[in-house]
Design a protein around this ligand. Structure first.
Ligand code: ZN
Length: 271
């Protein structure tokens, strides 16, 4: 369980040194290191690898060594341990991490009180690492918890349907509100920017990277950071799919793919 956390912490430490880069380049470096790791574990075709390489070519040469070296190796170890975790979770009918009661209990005991809660619909590992790295760069304390929310089907509904057992409306903003109450926060917000970009019809990796406005997300978080500690989480991440049409981003993908991150949501606290 804890091995993926070690790798993530290593990645965040490395990328925090890039914190002064424009956020879109920063995010692209993080995304491409995970994508490269995913493709090498997937036995990708030469055409699929070439598609990613052309995206990497657009990154300033001075950062490519880091992307293909240290970051890639850590992303590889991380992705391997997450794949193992997902494979093990599959054997259980309802893994603990997929149960909202269990998650709330864990957060109450381990996170305690926070100032605010931000739920980013569809925020995946590269976005959480980008946010963590960017705030670590400004000397904020960043903690990623060893517990994840496991979403076995990679869609919002899996989480929100559990809210009805708690007498709540099955909506993601209600989940944010529930976390706010449990962690005695003074506000909660839900943002759908990432999910909206992923749902644009047939989003290719290059369209995804070019249309996702990470700057807007960072500014929104920054606005609240002036107050106090913030818990940032999501309902699911997204998958990187490689097939005959090339590389694209979706969530809830049912077949084998290079990055199956729609099955996990991280809990990140910045204070
Ligand atoms: Zn969605």
């Amino acid at each position: 369980m804890s091995s993926f956390i070690n790798e993530l912490e290593r990645i965040i430490k490395v990328v925090s040194t890039l914190g002064s880069l424009p956020i879109n380049i920063f995010h692209k470096i993080v995304f491409c290191s995970f994508a490269k790791a995913g493709l090498s574990l997937f036995n990708a075709t030469d055409a699929q690898k070439a598609e990613l390489e052309s995206l990497i070519e657009a990154i300033p040469p001075v950062f490519r060594g880091l992307l293909k070296g240290e970051l890639y190796l850590s992303a590889l170890k991380f992705t391997r341990s997450i794949n193992l975790l997902l494979w093990e979770a599959k054997k259980l009918i309802i893994p603990e991490e997929a149960n909202i009661h269990f998650i709330l209990d864990f957060l109450r005991k381990n996170v305690g009180k926070v100032g605010g809660v931000i739920v980013l619909d569809c925020a995946s590992i590269p976005e959480m690492v980008t946010i963590a790295g960017k705030f670590a760069h400004t000397n904020r304390n960043v903690v990623i918890y060893s517990r994840i929310f496991a979403n076995p089907i990679g869609v919002t509904r899996f989480l929100t349907e559990q809210l009805t057992h708690l007498g709540r409306e099955p909506a993601l903003k209600r989940y944010a509100q529930l976390l706010k109450e449990e962690l005695e926060a003074s506000f909660s917000i839900k943002k759908s920017l990432i999910d909206l970009v992923v749902h644009e019809h047939g989003v290719s990796v290059s369209d995804f990277l070019n249309s996702l406005n990470m700057q807007e997300i960072i500014e929104q978080i920054n606005h609240f950071m002036k107050q106090s500690s913030i818990l940032i989480t999501s309902d699911h991440g997204y998958d990187l799919v490689a097939n005959e049409h090339g590389l694209y981003i979706t969530h809830g993908y049912k077949r084998k793919c290079p990055l199956n991150f729609s099955r996990i949501a991280l809990f990140l606290v910045i204070d």
